[in-house]
Design a protein around this ligand. Structure first.
Ligand code: GLN
Length: 512
């Protein structure tokens, strides 16, 4: 048993809270101290919640008064800055929204508060969730706790780094093309993209509405299930929200940890994803994880998904098209910043100057791409074709899931790359999403869990499991089963092997 409350999983911390062994104030203070000590260097947070201790004290009071609280009440939570909050600014990593205060909470935030979670702050991200490295944040990048010269993934690098660096046991992320799963892969954490419609998008600043999905970022599969249980379920404010009633994902994870699920489980591997596209250590960690599952009775089956390779191309037409429309609302009138270029400026001139100053290069690139793809003469050739590819990829999934229970892929082609390596080559950055994008195009759930360290660089690698739409619970079973096997083999969690981080001096050391 550790005395350092920041090293506990959310489920262990919750057990201590409900046993009365620690208070939420103590747990929250421990995480705020950790943030103060390490975040000046890491920059996982854009904003730290000044009222976190008050929220924690309120939970402690309610618990002391005998109130029936939810299973993870009192546990601290980091929130990706794409999710709007009434008590903290929401910028989505963009200058155009600097200081923006929302009049309402995102549904996932409201549900987290109602479950007694303690919002610690807002986490850094690529501007408007466009990117795979967090280098596109208008507020500067986040460092990867495993190697501070490398990217923490993106767009949700802040949430993943916060969890990996023990600044928060739980975080919320959003995944439009991999922004929960790829950061999990490069930081040795767990990231889950739910079935499209399974978690409300209300109050998640829209990137591409037909692809966006909010989900948990944690250190264990069980913790992801616990947070998913809090945020899942129908929301009348989101027109695409499913009305399903979901099983407990935490229970699915607990059930999976027994390993029974692996006996006879059919795990599909995609024929058209050749080893050669992957860094050697990523490919071998993937093969080892499959072998570990096979040794417990899982059957590895080759499946064909011939249209997967067109996923990146289709996505980078559909996403910019939807983004160009979603970002039109940042018009200098209703939200955020306003730049007046000269005293007699027209509305159009103010709008142009504001969008020029407020948006970064990647956002502008995608707005241009998207408006072009949607323009009258090109709509059918680009957007229309991309939508057809999307349907073909959905067909690939349907055919594959007729043969297997889950599909497995490496979560991304490489381990964490160095800052600056891909920033000037957008196509290289986009190709990083090759294994994560198909799930968003098809709306199916996907989870990334740590599978080991790459031999050549000692950096974390993740394995991704995909399941049919609505079968999120299956991913928790399978993920927890493999996690249990691997943690046993490693003799402890992978994150125990991450290097110690430099600590700022003094109680308020690195806080901003
Ligand atoms: N890297 C992808 C992109 O740049 C994923 C973004 C996301 O999931 N928000 O679009």
């Amino acid at each position: 048993m550790t005395d350092d409350l920041t090293r506990l999983s959310a489920s262990d911390l919750a057990a201590r809270l409900s046993a009365g062994e620690v208070s939420s104030v103590e747990a929250t203070q421990a995480h705020l101290d950790r943030i103060a000590a390490v975040d000046g260097d890491l920059h996982a947070f854009l904003h730290v919640n000044a009222r976190a201790l008050d929220v924690a004290a309120d939970i402690d009071r309610r618990r002391a008064a005998g109130e029936e609280l939810g299973p993870i009440a009192g546990v601290p939570l980091a929130i990706k800055d794409v999710l709007v909050t009434t008590d903290m600014p929401s910028t989505s990593g963009s200058k155009i929204l600097e200081g923006y205060l929302s009049p309402y909470d995102a549904t996932v935030v409201a549900r987290s508060r109602a479950a007694g979670l303690v919002p610690l702050g807002k986490t850094n991200m690529d501007e408007f969730a466009m990117g795979s490295s967090t280098e596109h944040s208008a507020y500067g990048p986040t460092r990867n706790p495993w190697d501070r010269e490398r990217i923490p993934g993106g767009s949700g690098g802040g949430s993943a780094a916060a969890v990996a660096a023990f600044e928060a046991p739980l975080a919320l992320g959003s995944d439009t093309g991999g922004s929960i799963r790829q950061p999990a892969h490069v930081t040795g954490t767990v990231g889950m993209k739910p079935t499209y419609g399974g978690v409300s998008r209300y109050g998640a600043i829209a990137l591409a509405s037909s692809l966006d999905q909010v989900g948990p970022v944690t250190r264990t599969v069980l913790d992801a299930g616990l947070l998913h249980d809090v945020i899942a379920g129908h929301d009348p404010h989101d027109a695409t929200s499913l009305t399903d009633s979901w099983p407990s994902f935490a229970d699915a994870a607990r059930d999976g940890a027994t390993g029974q699920v692996l006996k006879g489980l059919k795990v599909g591997v995609i024929r058209e994803l050749p080893d050669s596209g992957f860094q050697a250590g990523v490919a071998s960690s993937f093969r080892d994880a499959l072998a570990a599952m096979a040794a417990q009775g899982a059957e590895i089956v080759e499946v064909s998904a011939p249209h997967f390779e067109y996923g990146v191309a289709a996505y980078y037409l559909i996403l910019p098209a939807e983004a160009s429309s979603n970002l039109a609302k940042f018009d200098s009138v209703r939200f955020g910043m306003r730049v007046t270029p000269h005293a007699a400026a027209t509305v159009e001139e103010v709008m142009a100057a504001t969008r020029d100053a407020g948006f970064g290069d990647e956002v502008k690139r995608r707005i241009i791409l998207g408006t072009y793809a949607l323009s009258a003469g090109y709509y059918d050739a680009y957007y229309g074709s991309a939508q057809k590819v999307r349907t073909l990829i959905q067909g690939d999934f349907d055919a594959a899931f007729a043969q297997v229970d889950v599909i497995a892929t490496p979560s991304a082609p490489t381990t964490a790359f160095r800052f600056g390596e891909k920033i000037d080559d957008p196509l290289q950055m986009y190709l990083n999403d090759v294994t994560t994008i198909p799930a968003n195009l098809a709306g199916v759930p996907g989870i990334s869990i740590p599978s080991g360290l790459a031999a050549e660089d000692g950096l974390p690698v993740g394995i991704q499991f995909l399941a049919p739409a609505r079968e999120d619970a299956r991913l928790y079973r399978v993920g927890a089963a493999l996690e249990t096997l691997l943690v046993e083999e490693w003799g402890g969690p992978l994150l125990d092997r991450a290097p110690a981080l430099p600590q700022a001096q003094g109680p308020n050391g690195g806080s901003r």
